[in-house]
Design a protein around this ligand. Structure first.
Ligand code: ZN
Length: 222
């Protein structure tokens, strides 16, 4: 075996101005394996709130999320190790999902949210298990169990306080994005045997979860 080469750690001194100067209009979404997805992101310094720099970063993130398209994007996903994410689930997209599936998942519209230095905590014991995917783990999805409802707090990029209680799909989005700020991916939480490629996902996510469990997750008896 050859020795593994170690490059330096992500600097604790992240310079947003330098990053913005070098950023392309729409930076690529980094994929699993990039270390930035596996480090705890740094607090956004209060001095950055309300600045044109933070405004630019947020605009880039919103654009990258909408273009992907996705319903959430955390700063580390474009290579920025700061504690903020954007999320949005538009009505037009939800309308394309069968009513039954929408109902089951609690998939309701989530107007654009910008969360800086957020906390996300479960509200209650109830949990929900559904297929989810990630823009940084392109081409796959898996069943992930998460809290049905959460309380989210933090500020937006202008420093205005944000406090939300969300249920269903919006609550799932918040938990997924919050994980990114801790260096976690859904694959760390997934029911590993439910892991599926895009080609199978449409079929699997339309099936009741219990059926998927029987089909994939329960280890067959010999
Ligand atoms: Zn993700």
């Amino acid at each position: 075996m050859s020795p593994q080469r170690e490059s330096g750690p992500v600097s604790s001194e992240f310079d947003l101005q330098v990053w913005l100067a070098a950023a392309t209009v729409l930076p690529p979404i980094v994929q699993a394996g990039d270390r930035v997805l596996r480090r705890r992101a740094h607090e956004v310094p209060v001095e950055l709130l309300g600045t044109p720099e933070l405004h630019s970063l947020v605009s880039i993130m919103i654009e990258a999320m909408r273009r992907a398209p996705g319903v959430g994007l955390a700063a580390p996903q474009i290579g920025v190790p700061l504690r903020l994410f954007v999320a949005e689930d538009q009505e037009e997209r939800i309308e394309q999902i069968p009513a039954e599936t929408r109902e089951e998942r609690g998939r309701v519209a989530l107007p654009l949210k910008v969360l800086v230095n957020p906390t996300v905590v479960a509200d209650g014991e109830e949990q929900a298990t559904f297929y989810e995917g990630c823009l940084s783990v392109r081409g796959y999805g898996a069943l992930v169990t998460r809290a049905h409802a959460v309380r989210v707090s933090g500020t937006d990029h202008e420093g205005r306080e944000v406090a939300l209680r969300l249920e269903g799909w919006p609550a799932r989005i918040m938990q997924h994005e919050m994980d990114h700020l801790e260096g976690m991916l859904y694959v760390d939480r997934m029911l590993t045997r439910s892991f599926a490629s895009e080609a199978e996902l449409a079929r699997l996510s339309a099936e009741p979860v219990e059926e998927v469990m029987d089909e994939l997750v329960v280890v067959p008896k010999r």
